[in-house]
Design a binder for this molecule. Structure first.
Ligand SMILES: Nc1ncnc2c1ncn2[C@@H]1O[C@H](COP(=O)(O)OP(=O)(O)OP(=O)(O)O)[C@@H](O)[C@H]1O
Ligand SMILES: [Mg+2]
Length: 425
């Protein structure tokens, strides 16, 4: 089984990489023209653009960013009549990766999508929807999204457990399924995220995700300039991998930390020290991104966003620079009925023992001492913002019972951060 990847460059899709899967061995290589003309536009930040033939078992890590998950995965498995499991990943990419987040797609999946649209001639030229139609999820909405290439109850182009739709706003302010609206008509791109399930806690988590993002923005964490907005139980999240300007859409490279670290599959748990060193290898400013990552983790610990798995942190290439994307999927996950313990932790690189104090984490970080001092100083300053967090959370609309529950975690973090010494100064 094989497939061809395409990358969006200079306003068009360019064939870039050929992939072949044979008896559990996957081989891939870049196409000559792409490799020569676009050495600075990699398919993965972890792999240079060259003409080598590479091998992996079962699949190269970067392909897992394209595998449909959640509702989109379940729908496509039904369409393809396949049982779920690791063997389904490649067929799912070949059918479902026609419009993923980022700027890589699969040519065969585009054909699959076009065949779907052709079987539904009514899909052409339909007017867009208002956000209220999405909130009510009327029959018309469901039918429209099916026709608009969402291929069922969830989209195949964006990962994660919660049901989502990729929507694009046109010039009249109406929303369309992302894959059907021509770039020339697009003004803004969104992910519409629904509660994970229909229990009250699911709705509470999503409602507070909007407030959590406002809190992160107030603490100067990197966030998209336009924050998510809540409409009924739908969180409308502006996308940061797309920029619509002057009738053109730029697609930015986006890649999960799991892919950067070469992790295959969906449930691998690297130590946060490995995550940091993986990030530092590819970003333009390692010191700044390390600080940003650690501040995000202080917030994860304080605000109990326990679901910090390796696909909930990603990198982007924007204006020639590689950096962490704006924050996403930041929510009071401790409330999730599925009881999600903190996924990734600081396991000491040598002893593998979990470190739970920032002084120990900073001491074990493999960074120059000058940088360690900078980190300690910045985190001590951050302690003041964490101390004021209960007020900030109240101002930004976090539920009161959540704020109350978090008091103990605020205290712990403030104590640890204030105690950071100007190490080895
Ligand atoms: N604003 C955004 N712009 C671009 N891509 C985004 C944005 N927000 C999320 N994503 C991408 O969409 C994926 C799914 O989003 P998100 O993590 O919020 O969903 P989820 O269902 O809550 O995930 P999980 O299974 O981790 O709980 C992310 O892993 C990321 O790749
Ligand atoms: Mg997620």
């Amino acid at each position: 089984m094989d497939c061809t990847l395409q990358i969006f460059l200079d306003d068009r899709w360019v064939d870039c990489t050929e992939i072949e899967l044979n008896g559990g061995l996957c081989q891939w290589n870049h196409l000559v023209e792409y490799a020569i003309e676009h050495p600075d536009a990699p398919v993965s930040l972890a792999e240079p653009v060259d003409l080598k033939i590479r091998e992996a078992r079962p699949l190269p890590a970067f392909l897992y960013d394209l595998v449909p998950q959640g509702a989109g995965r379940r729908f496509l498995l039904g369409e393809l009549e396949l049982p779920d499991g690791a063997d389904a990943d490649f067929p799912l990419i070949r059918a479902g990766a026609f419009n993923p987040v980022g700027r890589i797609r699969v040519a065969e999946a585009v054909e699959y999508f076009e065949a779907h649209v052709e079987r539904h001639p009514d899909a052409r030229g339909l007017p867009g929807l208002r956000i209220d139609d999405v909130v009510v999820r009327s029959e018309e909405f469901k039918e429209r999204l099916f026709l608009h290439g969402m291929l069922g109850t969830g989209t195949t182009g964006v990962q994660g457990a919660a049901p989502k739709y990729l929507l694009t706003r046109d010039r009249a302010g109406l929303l369309h399924g992302d894959a059907v609206l021509p770039d020339a008509d697009a003004t803004q791109h969104f992910i519409a995220k629904l509660p994970r399930g229909n229990r009250p806690a699911d709705e509470k988590v999503l409602r507070n995700e909007a407030a959590y993002m406002r809190v992160a923005a107030a603490l100067d964490i990197r966030t998209h300039p336009e924050l998510p907005t809540l409409h009924g139980d739908v969180l409308l999240i502006p996308r940061f991998d797309r920029v619509a300007r002057n009738g053109q859409v730029a697609r930015l490279h986006q890649e999960s930390v799991a892919s950067i670290l070469g992790l295959t599959g969906f449930d691998l748990r690297p130590s946060l020290f490995e995550v940091v060193s993986g990030i530092r290898k590819v970003v333009s400013d390692p010191a700044a991104e390390t600080l940003e990552f650690i501040k995000r983790d202080v917030l994860n610990l304080t605000m109990r966003n326990t679901d910090n798995h390796a696909r909930n942190t990603a990198l982007q290439l924007v204006e020639g620079r590689v950096q962490l994307t704006p924050l996403f999927d930041f929510a009071p996950m401790y409330l999730d009925p599925e009881l999600i313990p903190r996924a990734l932790r600081w396991y000491h690189p040598d002893t593998r023992i979990e470190l739970t104090d920032w002084a120990d984490v900073l001491a074990a970080l493999r960074v120059p001492d000058r940088e360690r001092r900078m980190l300690a100083g910045e985190l001590r300053r951050f302690a003041g913002q964490i101390e004021r967090l209960p007020d900030t959370m109240a101002e930004q609309g976090v539920d009161h019972d959540i704020i109350e529950f978090l008091t103990q975690y605020v205290d712990t973090q403030v104590r640890q951060l204030k105690a950071l010494q100007p190490l080895e100064a």
